[in-house]
Design a protein around this ligand. Structure first.
Ligand SMILES: N#[N+]C[C@@H]1[C@@H](O)[C@H](O)[C@@H](O)[C@@H]2O[C@H]12
Length: 470
């Protein structure tokens, strides 16, 4: 069991900028974990094979207008059948670890009841393939592919789903816990709840603020119950949760900006950080959402369950939020703005300093819990050249700049323990379909041919100890 002390506010000295330009893995602790990350629905395909049941993303993708170009994960990048080839790719990159997700609908096709042995066998084969190549498996239990039958029974707004998730976690622990010792319960519950049930931009595509808040709560309750199930079955496991976190900055210093920053920091970050790491919802944000929900779904012992001791916090970082009061000050409306910085293909500003800011903030405000960058990367419009290579200098610049920021955070005292590049290979980018490429390995979606991009070669060289410029 973890024994970190919550040291409260830490005085993290912002170390002087490193000798700008020189960076190597030697700038990180020797035991630092270097990896790549993916998720089941984004890469596996074979959605009707091996006894897998339907997920909310199968349903959402099949709904006209929900996903760009009507794309879906039916084929994806065929990882279900190409996992040995992909494990070879990872070995070639020289990664220490691979963060993948287990598809709940492969383990329990209806979301409850007996285990589908073919599904268990696939992940068992994948884990063995990784271990044979000296690659440590990190398993995410939930990366958004909820079994559709559970959505039909209410989905994450329903408390029962939290209990079904804990049962599923126990099955995964029983099946893989002899070889998998790193577990992430949830990936980005903010997206599952607020994009899935709030804006409807993600599966299951509902637009109901009260349902979104209930979903967020039951996702976190499921997290806490799953931590218990994992610890009972895999006592030597390292267990964490992954949150997408954002530094939030005011667009100017005019009237109302501080409140805009507080509101967005509250809903983006503290609504999940505080229950998971402090066992309480942030009071100011409870007031902000009171007109949407009275949180009647919160039962007495829930926050104690959610505040289960963790071994690490996974942080997904992509960009910063820059905000200003909305057109009607005092209404609580907030506008998201930009600073005219270079952007990725997702339209997100490239802001490596934001990585330093969010890592130091979490350590300063929430104590010495080890942190792991479970995702960081960028989408750019990559093309395979006539010579068969993929030149992606902007992704190299992105990775180098963010790794430099991570090294600065380590020097400032952040207990950062690992970094997983998002993503191993181009894949199904949710509502953007296959139009957005995040991989350090290019995939021809027609032929399934994999081509290591220049950024993949750069990452491999970095992992091999080469010094790089940034
Ligand atoms: N968008 N985007 C890229 C990336 C997405 O592909 C991952 O599945 C999510 O965990 C997280 O949102 C980040």
């Amino acid at each position: 069991m973890p024994d970190h002390q919550d040291l409260g506010h830490r005085d993290l000295q912002n170390q002087p900028d490193h000798d700008h330009g020189a960076l190597s893995r030697g700038d990180f602790p020797p035991e630092f974990t270097w990896g790549v990350a993916t998720s089941s629905y984004q890469i596996e395909g074979a959605t009707s094979e091996g006894g897998r049941g339907p997920s909310i993303w199968d349903t959402f993708s099949a709904t006209p207008g929900r996903v760009v170009d009507g794309d879906n994960g039916d084929v994806a990048v065929e990882h279900y059948r190409r996992y040995q080839q992909d494990a070879d790719l990872m070995a070639g990159l020289g990664v220490d670890a691979y963060r993948f997700s287990v598809a709940w609908p492969r383990i329990q096709p209806t979301g409850s009841g007996p285990v589908n042995q073919a599904g268990v066998d696939f992940y068992s084969r994948l884990v063995d393939a990784l271990l044979e190549r000296g690659i440590t498996p990190w398993a995410t239990l939930y990366h958004w592919d909820l079994p559709q039958p559970l959505e039909d029974l209410g989905g994450w707004p329903s408390r029962d789903t939290a209990y079904r998730f804990a049962e599923y976690a126990a099955h995964v622990a029983d099946a893989l816990g002899d070889r998998v010792k790193h577990f992430i319960t949830l990936n980005e519950p903010w997206c599952s709840a607020f994009l899935g049930y709030g804006s409807g931009r993600h599966a299951p595509g509902r637009s109901d603020g009260a349902a979104a808040l209930a979903a967020a709560h039951h996702l976190m309750l499921g997290h806490g119950l799953a931590v218990q199930a994992l610890r009972e079955r895999v006592p030597d496991a390292q267990v964490g949760i992954t949150l997408n976190l954002y530094p939030v900055t005011g667009a100017h210093d005019g009237h109302g900006v501080d409140d805009a920053v507080r509101r967005i920091d509250g809903l983006s970050n503290r609504w999940f950080l505080d229950p998971v790491l402090r066992g309480a919802y942030p009071k100011d944000v409870v007031e902000d959402v009171a007109h949407i929900s009275d949180l009647a779904f919160v039962a007495d012992a829930d926050l104690e369950t959610i505040n289960a001791p963790l071994d690490f916090l996974g942080v997904n970082y992509y960009t910063r939020h820059v905000v200003a009061p909305g057109a009607f000050p005092g209404t609580g409306l907030v506008e998201f703005t930009d600073r005219g910085l270079p952007t990725t293909a997702m339209g997100w500003e490239v802001d490596a300093d934001g990585l330093f800011d969010i890592l130091t903030r979490v350590t300063r405000d929430y104590g010495d819990l080890p942190l792991v960058m479970t995702e960081n990367g960028a989408a750019f419009d990559d093309e395979v050249g006539a010579d068969g290579t993929v030149h992606d200098p902007r992704r190299i610049d992105f990775l180098a700049g963010h790794l430099a920021a991570a090294a600065r955070a380590v020097r400032a005292g952040v207990p950062l323990r690992g970094y997983f590049a998002w993503s191993l290979m181009d894949n199904f980018e949710w509502a953007e379909g296959y139009a957005k490429r995040f991989g350090i390995v290019h995939v021809d979606f027609d032929t399934q041919e994999r081509t290591v991009k220049d950024s993949g070669r750069w990452y491999a060289a970095f992992l091999a100890g080469d010094r790089t410029q940034y």
